[in-house]
Ligand binder design. Structure first.
Ligand code: ADP
Ligand code: MG
Length: 558
């Protein structure tokens, strides 16, 4: 038997592949299972057009088994198999995708998508293997073949006596001692976890022998027995009909996926079938994750391509100000690169992200309108992030966010939106007034607030540092500017009143000059105020920056 060499470029590619394309070894299990699923899909497609092939869903499965003594992991499928020629072409040439060719030949479009397209997934097996054996029998051939390779020197092909159509891939695991061990791929529980994680939504059953406790016959005792089970759940919840799903189903999914320990306040189930196709389930959590407002926190949604997990946290799908959203996106239309782990920053992904952003925004708006109690729970946990959103990026996002903001207010002992504030404004009120302070209690005692309240104007209470920065970025809401009750010019007086105060001020000029002389550089100016009622004096800031902001700015690292 002569050994055939991989093409020169293949050799180099293989080396690169094994060492650098994939970030985790366990990925090879996903790739081999995806290939098995593709092979069964191809049977399905052939059956659609060829009457001599029957496709009975129950006859098709993928079986994963391991042998601790031989140190092998085996993945078997009942798919279309490969002829000698196909073995040569698909496994003898790296970057040759039989699946891509199949899709083109058979003009496979729509729903059921075949995963393969790059022609490198198979070789990921060499991340964990020092030898791979492929036994395969094509439905188009009476003779089966065995392909074998150690990944470096080339491969052999010889006839085999495999009877049934399909492919069996045996991965002989490397044994580099304790430091670099591959034993994990022999462990039942580890394999189960990997299959669940990446291949849970493969459409065909992935079978595996698992150890279960069974009661012994005629006895109280139990015994360990091996039982073949289907490991994957096959139909992803997002492919199911919304009408058939209950809130409970979504909550279970939230917890199964470990999106959070809390109960989500809302879920959104999206199925888009337009220029871009994708499904998504999004959740708005109730409680702030412990690391949410820290640099440890990683935003992102799970990303699937045709039901196969590509990325656990794809950050590009969410804007920072919606980083609290949990959930997943599945799309057949993404251009993935060969490792499937890095996405090209492509148009499709951006479109999906844009779409998701507007869905989340709409959902929050409708919550604010129709489910105030839950919205306030949400806002208590994540409102700060929305305000950061208005402030950051030079306020580019303020249009998206301004209607979602809530503030404490003098009018009601609850959070109010800016729209609600505007609606209550008396006709003669020109500004949206606000006051900043450490707590509502302290703000209520501010001398500056009294006069504004006396006029019958509502005041927004800013208790968080970001509040004032955010509204400075917004400048106005619905055509009304924001004005701090501590700013110099409150503009509450009529022309006549203004004239009168000017006169009083000049009458007492001497007194003010003397006071300024005593205080020196501690104040910029001492002047007459009309805004005081029960307090003798108050401090105000000049211009745009209020005293509260000055305090924060002074604390910031320069
Ligand atoms: P891709 O899946 O991206 O096409 P792979 O390197 O994973 O690339 O596989 C290369 C090709 O080998 C596949 O396109 C397919 O034609 C063939 N192949 C791999 N595994 C199987 C299998 N289990 N059954 C049938 N054909 C297979
Ligand atoms: Mg593949």
């Amino acid at each position: 038997m002569t050994k055939k060499e991989f093409k020169a470029e293949s050799k180099r590619l293989l080396e690169m592949m094994v060492n650098s394309i994939y970030s985790q070894k366990e990925i090879f299990v996903r790739e081999l299972i995806s290939n098995a699923s593709d092979a069964i899909d191809k049977m399905y497609y052939k059956a659609l057009t060829d009457d001599s092939i029957s496709f009975n869903q129950d006859d098709f499965f993928i079986r994963v088994s391991s042998d601790k003594t031989a140190r092998t992991l085996t993945i078997e499928d009942t798919g279309i198999g490969m002829t000698e020629d196909e073995l040569e072409r698909n496994l003898g040439t790296i970057a040759e995708s039989g699946s891509l060719a199949f899709k083109k030949e058979n003009e496979v479009k729509d729903g059921h998508d075949i995963i393969g397209q790059f022609g490198v997934g198979f070789y990921s097996a060499f991340m964990a293997a020092d030898r791979v054996t492929v036994e395969t029998k094509s439905i188009h051939s009476d003779q089966a073949f065995r392909w074998e390779s150690d990944g470096v020197d080339g491969y052999t092909i010889e006839p085999s006596d495999k009877k049934a159509a399909g492919t069996t891939i045996t991965v002989h695991l490397k044994d580099n001692g304790e430091e670099d061990s591959y034993d994990e791929f022999l462990e039942e529980n580890r394999l189960k976890t990997i299959i669940k994680k990446y291949s849970d939504f493969i459409r065909y059953p992935i079978l595996m022998n698992v150890t279960v406790q069974k009661p012994k016959e005629d006895s109280e005792e139990t015994e360990e027995v091996q039982e073949e089970q289907t490991i994957n759940s096959m139909v992803p919840i997002w492919r199911k009909n919304k009408a058939d799903l209950t809130d409970e189903d979504y909550r279970n999914f939230y917890h199964e996926k470990h999106y959070g320990f809390d109960q989500p306040l809302k879920h959104v189930h999206i199925n888009v079938d337009g220029t871009i196709r994708y499904s998504s389930i999004l959740f708005i959590p109730e409680t702030t994750p412990f690391d949410y407002y820290s640099s440890e926190f990683e935003k992102g949604l799970e990303l699937y391509s045709s039901g196969v997990l590509i990325m656990e946290k794809c950050p590009d799908l969410l804007p920072d100000y919606f980083s609290f959203v949990k959930g997943m996106v599945d799309s057949e239309d993404l251009s993935l690169n060969i490792s499937r782990e890095m996405l090209q920053h492509d148009r499709q992904l951006k479109l999906i992200a844009k779409n998701i952003k507007s869905k989340v925004k709409k959902e929050l708006q409708s919550m604010l309108k129709n489910d105030r109690e839950n919205y306030e729970k949400f806002y208590t946990s994540f409102g700060r992030q929305l305000k950061f959103g208005v402030y950051n990026d030079f306020g580019q996002h303020k249009e998206d966010l301004k209607d979602l903001l809530l503030f404490h207010s003098s009018a009601e002992k609850k959070l109010v939106s800016l729209a609600e504030y505007i609606e209550r404004m008396p006709e003669d009120q020109k500004y949206i007034y606000y006051a900043s302070g450490d707590s509502i209690d302290r703000i209520e005692k501010l001398p500056q607030a009294e006069l504004v309240k006396d006029k019958g104007y509502e005041i927004l209470y800013f208790t968080e540092e970001v509040d004032e920065f955010a509204i400075k970025m917004m400048q106005e809401y619905d055509g009304k500017e924001f004005k701090s009750v501590s700013s110099g010019d409150l503009d509450l007086e009529t022309e006549e009143e203004k004239k009168e105060s000017e006169e009083t001020a000049s009458e007492h000029k001497e007194l003010f000059d003397r006071m300024k002389g005593l205080l020196g550089s501690k104040v910029k100016e001492v002047r007459l105020s009309k805004r005081l009622k029960s307090h003798p004096v108050c401090l105000t800031a000049e211009g745009e920056v209020t005293i509260e902001m000055e305090k924060i700015l002074a604390q910031m690292p320069q």
